[in-house]
Design a protein around this ligand. Sequence first.
Ligand SMILES: [Zn+2]
Length: 271
Amino acid sequence: MPSDLIVIGGDLNTDISRVNSLHVQPLFDLCNRQCMQFCANSDISTVDYSYVNDFSAARSLIDHFLVSENVYDGIRRYGVRHDGDNLSDHCPILLELSIDVQYSAITETRPPNRKPSWHRAKSTNLLRYREILRAKLHALAIPVDALACNEFECGVHSEVLRNYYSEIMNAIISSAERAIPKQRKRALAGWSEYVSPYKEKAMFWHRIWSDSGRARHGWLHSLMLSTKREYKRVSRWVVRNQDKLMACRMSDSLSTNKSRDLWSEIKRIKE
Ligand SMILES: [Zn+2]
């Protein structure tokens, strides 16, 4: 379909500059057949590499965006981020397009509603909650007949009562959403204690190495790599040992008598 705008992105495991690779020609053939282009071939591209082998430190550009020709003309930016806190051996690629679209269904993606954290609510939060809720409840029409009806599972009034119930519940939930602080997303157990120092060190040396021209050899390069390796190693260890680390956090809560923390740890284990 010549009018369709096609964007394909991903790890294609092929560095198109390696012309002797067995994968390159078939991929080019596919692109020709489908009238697709590699964004990496655009003059605008500033992508140097997208993958660094953790052990050999060899770099390659194996992550790509392929776009149809009508999209290719709209490329405004094609870059890559080499961030010090990136735990992956792949680097994120950014593609910015300016293209005419006749139709675009904008669906707002709302972050999932987090539960209200009642124990963190201050008296001002509670006051506001009461005010909002009072106004909302006030606006509801009271189904007097249905409330006065004595018939069990009444065919006339059950539906009215169910609606009334959900209106009250919605009023409560939406008032809390507006007035009560949300539950914080809990970090992994042990992350700040064990990983953060390594992360900071890795990011520090990454920044120094990056600022001084990203040399591919030398002591700065090795130091950047070794601190990154340590950071990854510790972060993997923390992810793998969540059970033990949560148990530690629980015993800490017990010994310092933070009962609220203890119960939230237990809840986390049950989930
Ligand atoms: Zn009735």
